[in-house]
Design a protein around this ligand. Structure first.
Ligand code: FE2
Ligand code: FE2
Length: 301
């Protein structure tokens, strides 16, 4: 039935195995995740304070026992015991007294940080950035700027997470572009530019069928322009996702403020002025205004 997903024992969307522990992602939606974790006997694990004071973590012990010390008092949790963390100020450390398995529900995505799928995608991103030495760490910087803009625009945590992940992966489709085209110092031919223009849709295609499928439209749209002269679809204004508009501004800013084969980096003020002159044709006004505030707050302009 549409909207319903049944799974049998042992099934998961994705699973990662470490030497002492295994984490399975059972379900995710609207930023929340349900995870199943097993940890061996006599191991330590931590619950860390979240950046978001509203984020909630809930643990329900299915089997085994675990202990921790809270305000000088030693607590032991066993099967069917549960505990919740929200607004923690200090990390809590736990010691497993036996092999344990617990259900772990979080209102913010955590699995991405341990996911093998994400790390194999990030390996491709690294390869892309190595192909072109001028884009070293490009996706990290794009993510940094995009998140700052998104926070300035007061977007919710679900959007923040989408923007972070999509920023990291936005140029993944460039893996299919030959190095000779990517690094060509002279003007590209129409054929070569046609190859470049494929990378947003190729990137989206690479994420189809993975747990990051919801990033596909954002990645596909990161070179669209408000006036419809972007690629690959030629979308206009409100047909372009806000997340893609934010990444577009971050992407251009990073390209301008880093050295290139044919020119030195521009300073922050020059890059922002250039972007501002393209508000309404290329870039979204609110996004650029939010970015300007970020740069002022950081003393960069
Ligand atoms: Fe791109
Ligand atoms: Fe990019």
């Amino acid at each position: 039935m549409k909207g319903f997903r049944a799974s049998k024992k042992g099934a998961s969307l994705e699973r990662v195995r470490f030497d002492i522990s295994e984490i399975s992602l059972l379900a995710r939606g609207n930023g929340a995740e349900v995870l199943l974790q097993s940890i061996e006997k006599n191991k330590l694990f931590y619950i860390y304070p979240s950046d978001n004071p509203n984020a909630m973590e809930f643990y329900f012990i299915l089997s085994g026992e675990v202990t921790c010390e809270i305000d000088g008092e030693k607590l032991i949790f066993g099967p069917q015991d549960h505990f919740t963390a929200q607004g923690l100020t200090d990390p809590i450390h736990f010691t497993t007294l036996s092999d344990i398995t617990f259900l772990w529900v979080v209102t913010e995505p955590v699995f991405v940080h341990v996911s093998k799928e994400m790390s194999s995608l990030m390996d491709i991103v690294k390869k892309v950035e190595e192909k072109d030495r001028y884009t070293y760490m490009h996706s990290d910087r794009v993510a940094e700027y995009a998140v700052k803009i998104a926070k300035q625009m007061k977007l919710d945590t679900v959007q923040l997470e989408l923007i972070t992940q999509a920023s990291y992966l936005h140029d993944i489709g460039k893996i299919h572009i030959p190095e000779s085209v990517l690094n060509k110092p002279s003007r590209l031919t129409d054929e070569e530019f046609a190859v470049i223009k494929k990378h947003p849709a190729d990137g989206a295609e690479m994420l189809k069928g993975t747990v990051y499928e919801e990033l596909c439209p954002i990645i596909a749209q990161h070179h669209e322009r408000l006036d419809g002269r972007g690629y690959p679809f030629g979308l206009t204004k409100n047909d372009i996702l806000l997340e893609a508009k934010i990444i577009a501004v971050s992407d251009t800013y990073d390209a301008m403020t880093e050295d290139r084969a044919y020119r030195k980096a521009f300073n922050a003020q020059y890059a922002l002025d250039e972007i501002r002159s393209l508000v309404g044709t290329h870039y979204d006004k609110e996004v650029v205004e939010a970015f300007e505030k970020v740069l002022i707050e950081e003393g960069k302009i």
